[in-house]
Design a protein around this ligand. Structure first.
Ligand SMILES: *[C@@H]1O[C@H](CO)[C@@H](O)[C@H](O)[C@H]1NC(C)=O
Ligand SMILES: *[C@@H]1O[C@H](CO)[C@@H](O)[C@H](O)[C@H]1NC(C)=O
Ligand SMILES: *[C@@H]1O[C@H](CO)[C@@H](O)[C@H](O)[C@H]1NC(C)=O
Length: 306
């Protein structure tokens, strides 16, 4: 493993000299808001052509000069948007459009049907406004900073992840509650997964983390007495599986709270851990804090670097 000093961020990002930072092209189209959040959870921002160099680097990404795979047909979402107020365009970093070097495609921007608040970069580098609910590929960008945090033992610059030698795994407690599917996505983009309990020891450890983090959980009108874990049931039946495809018994922990899982109202398909350490089921709209787990080496495999 050869790590060029200061050029390591995530295995799935590529360092661009001219952009003075790391890029990741997301080929799977997303709405603008999901693109924004996915970049955030990756520790980056939805890329905008804030400078000429960034514009050139983004353009070469769209045309496939970097990867050999072109996105000729569509273009990419930029981070420039007016979703906070009609017509007030800023990049997600807060730079006003007037300070961003843009060239518009012919006839753009047109705010067609008064429904276009997000800017798309076409393959030739020009911009057009589109509906933010449409889906496009996008690029996430992490600018290189002087005091860039080093990769920690968990293989990430996110120090919310702590290595625990008892299980040789890493854990991060999210104090901001999300619905289960969004929690799943947040963990995934951080390079981890919604935590799975594989032993009594890990159960103890996650319970401890929950207790320790309890007072930091964001206040609000929701249940702080449970956290999401990586468990899901299918077809409202009693088939509970981990997100890694094992039954709970196979995974190594299956202690439900008394009378649970009860699929209350026939709608509780997601697995949680109660404050007392026992399992419960919850509904798809229930926002809860959650724990992400991450393999310490998963972002440090030698073959991931070229
Ligand atoms: C604008 O709205 C009209 C009528 O609702 C629709 O036919 C047309 O496709 C829309 N145009 C765009 C660019 O969305
Ligand atoms: C974007 O398009 C969708 C339909 O695809 C429409 O429901 C929505 O109102 C449009 N967005 C805005 C801001 O008008
Ligand atoms: C860029 O692409 C758009 C959309 O295909 C096209 O209309 C425009 O003429 C192109 N502009 C340049 C400068 O090539």
């Amino acid at each position: 493993l050869v790590v060029v000093e200061g050029t390591l961020f995530r295995f799935d990002y590529t360092y661009h000299q001219e952009a003075e930072g790391w890029f990741k092209l997301h080929r799977i189209p997303a709405t603008w808001q999901n693109a924004y959040l996915n970049c955030y959870y990756e520790g980056a921002v939805l890329a905008s052509p804030e400078t000429e160099n960034l514009r050139a680097a983004l353009k070469s990404t769209v045309t496939g000069q970097q990867s050999g795979q072109s996105l000729q047909s569509c273009g990419i979402f930029t981070g420039i948007h007016a979703t906070f107020g009609k017509g007030a365009y800023f990049s997600v970093e807060g730079t006003p459009l007037s300070r961003i070097p843009v060239a518009w495609a012919p006839g753009e921007p047109d705010n067609a049907n008064n429904s276009e608040d997000c800017l798309l970069m076409l393959p030739n580098g020009t911009l057009a406004d589109v509906n933010c609910s449409d889906v496009y590929p996008y690029v996430c960008y992490r600018k290189k900073q002087k005091n860039m945090p080093a990769l920690n033992a968990c293989g990430t610059v996110d120090n919310g992840y702590r290595f625990d030698s008892r299980t040789n795994s890493c854990y991060k407690f999210h104090t901001t509650p999300l619905i289960w599917t969004r929690a799943f996505v947040a963990c995934a983009h951080e390079g981890g997964y919604l935590a799975i309990i594989n032993s009594k020891l890990e159960h103890q450890l996650i319970k401890e983390l929950y207790s320790k983090s309890y007072s930091s959980i964001i206040s609000g009108n929701y249940n702080r007495g449970a956290i999401h874990l990586g468990y899901k049931s299918f077809e409202h039946l009693s088939l509970w599986m981990t997100i890694h495809g094992q039954t709970l018994k196979e995974a190594g922990f299956e202690e439900w709270s008394k009378g649970q899982p009860d699929h209350y109202n026939g709608r509780q398909d997601y697995g949680t851990l109660l404050k007392d350490g026992l399992l419960d089921d919850t509904g798809s709209n229930n926002i809860l804090p959650f724990v992400c787990e991450k393999e310490p080496s998963s972002l440090l495999a030698a073959e991931d670097f070229s």
